[in-house]
Design a protein around this ligand. Structure first.
Ligand code: GDP
Ligand code: IMO
Ligand code: MG
Length: 428
């Protein structure tokens, strides 16, 4: 099918970058539709690691068009650093396109993010402190500055002046903190504008024409379902819409033009930042997953919280994003465990529930009900056919399929492009 949405099915870091890079071979266009440089997508090619925050994970193919959509919040300094690093790594960014409608992250957003986290004390969200929440706040307040504004010196100057004055008042009066200098920001961001200018286009119109033309388009989600501002574990969420519906507003593409949705599911669960996590492990199994899976944040380097796979979460994700099929990642990380567990429901107030609760107070009281599986010891990273996997690994995958009601079309057994088992050709 020509357009495919790739969404994170858990709390982010499921391996969306790897799956996007893998599927990008067959696509012509890859689009980011939400989030900002809070995202950290690691892609490996020929043993080299590429860390992407804003640039879509199709960039390793020079001929693919990579689009940063209007729903993304863009830190131009961070983007320029990323572009320079990619160029140093020999990657061409000539086909990168940036939406003229994307909102710009400014230094006051980053400062507000930091101050607000400190002010929340023990109730902090554990954000990435990249200014993402405050930038989306300005967007909703209708005082945000967009890429098209940045490119018009007078418009940018006026909007920035009003914003810096307003933010400085907040810094002074609410946080008793130092102020930011308008001139410095203006000069720095005017320089950024001259660098990114050549990439800026009306991406909505471009995408419409590409899709109408029959081009294959991948929409690369950032974060994950449970970090969605509406459907996630609010308030411990990000400020955008990682679910598949986010594509319509974040890329300016109508629902009739979206053909398929794949959920990326890590073979266990991880979470960065605060908030309830029913299957979290605090024992040797948790440490095993963290160390073997290198579960340390791409963006902030923070150790990720680790736990067993949670089918209640997966079923919820299937519903809210209309996920048709899934890509199971990091199955190889489970190799060497004597036993593996899947949470199939929660015990809550003496009852068994299968629906993911809205209330975090209720979620905190949910006790996972587990099904236990025997592990395997064989190295599975060289396996390319499902039937060649150890029987216990096959059983584990089949049970996930039963519990979610959907099939695993891709099984990833290592970070490299080739370390992939394909059971259904997508994008063909
Ligand atoms: P994303 O944010 O969803 O793109 O995921 P991250 O890139 O933050 O985290 C996933 C990490 O796991 C990256 O370092 C990937 O290179 C790596 N990875 C992806 N798939 C696999 C896999 O199947 N096996 C192993 N061992 N690592 C993988
Ligand atoms: P990728 O795309 C995992 C988490 C933060 C925090 C919450 C809010 O790599 O999967 P924010 O800075 O967005 O306001 O922080 O969201 N978070 C992520 N966790 N992976 C991500 O992105 C994340 N982006 C944000 O840790 O809990
Ligand atoms: Mg990540």
């Amino acid at each position: 099918m020509p357009t495919l949405v790739i969404v994170g099915s858990q709390w982010g870091d499921e391996g969306k970058g790897k799956i996007t890079d893998y599927l990008a071979e067959k696509a012509e266009v890859v689009v980011r539709y939400q989030g900002g440089n809070n995202a950290g997508h690691t892609v490996e090619k020929d043993g080299t690691q590429y860390k992407l925050h804003l640039v879509p994970s199709g960039i390793l193919y020079p001929e693919k068009i990579c689009i940063i959509g209007n729903g993304v919040v863009l830190d131009p300094g961070s983007l320029i650093d990323e572009i320079n690093t990619l160029k140093e790594q020999g990657v061409s960014v000539e086909n990168l396109k940036i939406s003229d409608r994307a909102h710009i992250v400014l230094p006051y957003h980053i400062k507000l993010d930091e101050l607000e986290e400190v002010a929340k004390g023990k109730n902090d969200i554990g954000t990435t402190k990249r200014g993402i929440g405050p930038c989306y706040m300005d967007k909703s307040e209708r005082i945000g500055i967009r890429v098209c504004d940045l490119l018009k010196p007078e418009v940018f100057k006026n909007k920035l002046k009003l914003n810096v004055e307003k933010k400085n008042k907040i810094f002074r009066e609410v946080y008793d903190a130092g102020e930011l200098n308008f001139e410095e920001i203006y000069e720095k961001y005017s320089r950024y504008a001259s660098i990114i200018k050549s990439y800026v286009v009306d991406t909505t119109s471009l995408l419409y024409d590409l899709i109408k033309d029959g081009k294959k388009v991948l929409f690369e989600g950032a974060q994950g379902t449970l970090l969605d501002i509406d459907l996630g574990t609010y308030p411990y969420v990000t400020a955008s819409h990682p679910i598949s519906g986010g594509v319509t507003v974040g890329a300016g593409v109508g629902p009739t033009m979206i053909n398929d949705v794949i959920g990326v599911v890590k073979a266990y669960t991880t979470r960065v930042g605060k908030g309830p996590f029913p299957t979290e492990l605090f024992d040797d199994y948790g440490n095993f997953l963290r160390e073997k899976g290198h579960e340390y944040g791409t963006t902030t380097g923070r150790p990720r919280r680790c736990g067993w796979l949670d089918a209640v979460i997966l079923s919820f994700s299937v519903k809210v994003s209309g996920i048709r099929t899934f890509a199971l990642t990091k199955l190889d990380t489970l190799t060497g465990l004597d036993k593996i567990k899947i949470c199939t429901g929660y015990r809550f107030n003496g009852e068994i529930i299968k629906d993911f609760p809205a209330s975090l107070e209720d979620l905190a009281m949910c006790e996972p009900i587990y099904e236990e599986f025997d592990g395997w010891n064989e190295n599975i990273s060289n396996i390319r056919k499902f039937q060649d996997l150890p029987l216990n690994a096959q059983k584990y995958v089949k049970r996930i399929e039963e519990l979610t009601g959907i099939n695993a079309s891709i099984i990833s057994v290592g970070p490299g492009r080739e370390e992939t088992i394909v059971r259904e050709e997508l994008m063909s």
